[in-house]
Design a binder for this molecule. Structure first.
Ligand code: FES
Ligand SMILES: [Fe+2]
Length: 406
């Protein structure tokens, strides 16, 4: 997709939103769907999701802004896998298991930092930014050592649209272009690559799907969030699907202001608005802050068991990081954290308690809840697909949660 095609695709999404605005309609799926309530707490199902979804598809582990400078790194542990993401002195990003080849110590603690060389804190074996072992303390005591077999374990990584994805399986052969299906190029229009990082939050929540369902759900906005931002927020949503991903726009509101405006004058803020959901676990939302825009990049990971998830919210913006901006931005972060923690996840944690009563065997998703229908359809399809056919599945797509209002 060239730059023109990206703009054309985003214009088509805006036109579709405007058309629904004018007609007073919204996206509906073919049918109501039901999923077993046990999907949200069954430990066996949860383990399969970790092994067959989170360890096989690209995970959004960092924004480029967090390791913007050459020689920077970020260490993060997800799904029991400590990962080290490194930007080398030439700006190239690599990912490794954060584990020393000698006897397994973690090379660096979680967080971001800057270094040209990773020296193990246990016995000082050292590695360069390419993951090669380059030094052994008291080397002569190890006899003949084949350094080329003692590199850090590499993980597949890709930096696209100012975001960094890693696959937790070293031997994955997944076709990344099939997985992204061009969604990465649409995300590129948001300019995340130019942004600065100014804040992070880590939140503990319920089963990762209870949490993630909420990020593709506009139905709850005017209800659950009525005391914060949602009172006048429409409950309708459009799902612009690209591969397994979907951008969600609300067709009510101020779209009518575009009427009569030539399309080539539609502002970028309109073309990039809404919530960008990235399968299987991320959600990116923009907020206006004065003349600037800030983005919340949320990623939800399975926690230590089926009843727990860990979410990372990272905040980036094109604004220069002045004291004044940081102060205002921190107020916005505090507000967003309050909404997610005290409204979304507080509700989700209670759901986590009710599902386990066994009182309800199924949950129902209405025809208006196409976002979650699509996500759950993909999860089920991936769980049933062997490694050798996974790329094909992403090329082929699924029929679950099909929209009948396009
Ligand atoms: S475990 Fe890293 S040097 Fe020994
Ligand atoms: Fe919410």
């Amino acid at each position: 997709m060239g730059e023109k095609d990206v703009r054309r695709t985003l214009l088509a999404q805006a036109e579709r939103t405007l058309a629904h605005n004018q007609a007073g309609t919204t996206d509906l799926t073919e049918s109501v769907t039901r999923i077993p309530a046990s999907n949200y707490f069954d430990p066996e199902r949860w383990q399969r999701e970790v092994d067959l979804i989170f360890k096989r598809v690209p995970l959004l582990l960092a924004t480029s802004a967090e390791i913007k400078e050459p020689n920077s790194y970020k260490a993060i542990e997800v799904c029991g896998m400590p990962v080290l993401v490194v930007r080398d002195s030439d700006g190239v990003v690599r990912a490794f298991v954060n584990m020393c080849s000698h006897r397994g110590a973690m090379l660096v603690d979680e967080g971001v930092g800057s270094t040209r060389r990773f020296t193990c804190p246990y016995h000082a074996w050292s590695y360069n930014q390419q993951g090669d072992l380059v030094g052994i303390f008291k080397q002569s005591d190890f006899g003949e050592i084949d350094f080329s077999c003692m590199s850090l374990t590499s993980l597949p990584v890709t930096e696209r649209a100012g975001l960094i994805w890693v696959i937790l399986s070293p031997s994955s052969t997944l076709d990344l272009d099939a997985f992204f299906a061009g969604y990465d190029e649409l995300l590129g229009f948001c300019n995340f690559a130019e942004m600065n990082h100014f804040g992070s939050r880590r939140l503990v929540g319920p089963n990762w799907k209870v949490s993630f369902d909420g990020y593709v759900d506009f139905y709850h906005l005017p209800i659950l969030h009525k005391n914060t931002f949602g009172a006048n927020f429409p409950a309708d949503a459009l799902f612009h699907r690209v591969g397994p991903h979907q951008r969600v726009t609300g067709p009510r509101g101020s779209w009518s202001k575009l009427e009569g405006v030539p399309k080539d004058e539609w502002p970028d803020s309109v073309l990039t608005g809404g919530v960008w959901s990235v399968f299987p676990h991320a959600s990116i939302a923009g907020f206006d802050l004065g003349e600037h825009k800030i983005y919340q990049v949320a990623r939800i990971f399975p926690g230590s068991n089926a009843d727990e998830s860990i979410s990372y919210l990272d905040f980036i913006s094109t604004a220069p990081l002045t004291d004044e901006f940081i102060e205002t931005a921190n107020q916005q972060i505090a507000f967003l954290e309050h909404v997610v923690r005290d409204e979304d996840y507080a509700t989700g944690l209670k759901i986590q308690r009710t599902v386990k009563t066994g009182a309800k065997k199924e949950f129902v998703f209405g025809r208006n809840e196409g976002g979650a229908q699509y996500v759950h359809g993909w999860l089920d399809a991936i769980l049933e697909t062997p490694d050798s056919e996974l790329s094909d599945l992403f090329r082929r797509g699924i029929s679950a949660g099909r929209l009948v209002t396009d």
